[in-house]
Design a protein around this ligand. Structure first.
Ligand SMILES: Cc1ncc(COP(=O)(O)O)c(C=O)c1O
Length: 422
């Protein structure tokens, strides 16, 4: 296995930036067990931010908080010059706590409530308008607070990002944004509103975008609108892909930036990007412990091994939501077994598998630990309390080797705190 985000084997033991994960695991409070556990590598986050800063030197960068909302991680990313893309009251609160100034926050969201609009206006952040119905709400909120809001119009450019169908957001049938005609109509008819001014055009065609040419195609739809209405900002969302497999590849951010700057040409407009996955996906792992191992054969006599662990769909919903593939490696390296291995979780759902048909895992027994790669984006952020799951802790290995707990394991008390029990 090659090192991923600074996670790799040294003398047969999985390490993070040279620190054995056994040490990291031993460092967490463990009254109810050491795992599941999310482990981040600070060095890798800094490297990913540096790559984006170098690929997009003049662009404003707004990290998509939905990918990873831990405050320590947000502060780290903020310190690299990023602001934030948020979609809710909760994410806005985190962006502010992480130290972002209002002008560094972009507020999107497919169904903003009146409260959320009013809060965003009051906070002075830029609002991404996804539907015409939002405009009068913004107007009233801004006028009543004596403010003027900058609004970006979210365009649905009808471009296929050639990604998983659940990750594509810019095609004709999508719940996000507005078709070109609706955006034009708004710009033609509503420019006189006093509570907001149109700052530019926004789009986000999906996550794990297959090729920079998809982004360039979407830019090709946005630019004529920008030119015609003399707008000054283009926000192209996120979507830069990450390679999750052992042998695949994904275009790097430099390839995207080349095509994007080519498509924009010499126009004098501000570019804004909202990367999430490409900043954090490869910078964290999830460690889980084997609870049981069973061997069997299917109806056709093909052998299988089910390894049931203490982490599953409540700790990483991606495999269940998108058939997402994550590499899973043993904490202690060993010769692979030939039996196709299925990694099951503890949840009461037959879809609760986080790995299927794996051929790289050694002989395993209860107590052995497995390490799931690429768990920095949309993993802990999507964890749920199903089956009474108490969300697992997060730890970061700092660049100087210090191990720091950055989120405690949720307690039973936390999980029932909001319930009004007499
Ligand atoms: C509006 C918007 N911006 C940015 C992102 C971040 O995308 P990614 O994590 O693929 O970079 C998303 C993700 O869904 C999004 O919806």
């Amino acid at each position: 296995m090659q090192s991923i985000g600074g996670f790799g084997y040294i003398d047969g033991l999985m390490c993070c930036n040279g620190i054995p994960l056994t040490e990291v695991i031993a460092s967490v409070p463990h009254e109810r067990g050491f795992t599941p556990l999310y482990v981040y590598n600070e060095r890798a986050i800094l490297d990913n931010c540096a790559a984006l800063n170098s690929a997009f030197p003049q662009a404003k960068k707004r990290f998509a908080v939905k990918a990873c909302m831990n405050l320590e991680i947000l502060r780290l990313i903020r310190d690299q010059g990023f602001g934030f893309d948020v979609v809710s009251h909760g994410e806005l609160g985190r962006a502010k706590l992480a130290g972002a100034r209002p002008e560094e926050i972009v507020y999107a969201g497919a169904a903003k409530t009146d409260y959320e609009v009013s809060e965003a206006v009051g906070a002075g952040v830029t609002i991404v308008v996804e539907r015409p119905e939002e405009l009068p709400i913004i107007d009233v909120a801004a006028i009543s607070q004596g403010l003027e809001t900058t609004a970006l119009l979210r365009l649905r450019p009808n471009v296929d990002a050639h990604t998983h169908r659940h990750l594509t957001t810019g095609t004709a049938f999508s719940k996000f944004g507005m078709p070109e005609a609706a955006v034009r109509e708004i710009l033609e008819n509503r420019v006189s509103a006093s509570g907001y001014r149109f700052g530019g055009i926004h789009f986000h065609i999906g996550s794990q975008i297959d090729s920079p040419s998809c982004t360039a195609q979407a830019i090709g739809v946005a630019l004529p609108i920008i030119d015609e209405f003399n707008l000054k900002l283009l926000d192209i969302g996120g979507g830069f892909p990450v390679c999750y497999t052992e042998d695949g590849s994904a275009p790097c951010v430099d390839e995207f930036s080349r095509e994007i700057y080519n498509a924009i040409g010499d126009r004098d407009i501000q570019l804004l990007i909202e990367p999430g996955r490409s900043v954090v996906a490869d910078t964290a792992v999830m460690v889980t412990t084997v609870m049981s191992v069973e061997y069997g054969t299917d109806e056709e006599g093909k052998p299988w091994r089910i390894v049931t662990c203490d982490a599953g769909m409540g700790d990483n919903p991606r495999p269940m939501l998108y058939d997402a593939y994550h590499q899973i490696w043993p904490l202690v390296a060993g010769d692979p077994e030939s039996t196709p291995t299925y990694i099951a979780g503890p949840y009461c759902e037959s879809t609760d598998f986080i790995g299927r048909g794996l051929l790289n895992l050694p002989l395993l027994k209860r107590g052995d630990r497995l390490v799931m790669m690429h768990c920095g984006a949309y993993v802990r952020a999507m964890a749920s309390g199903y089956n009474g799951n108490l969300i697992s802790p997060e730890v970061i290995v700092l660049s100087d080797g210090t191990i720091k707990l950055i989120a405690m394991r949720q307690s039973f008390g936390h999980s029932i705190a909001l319930e009004l029990v007499a």
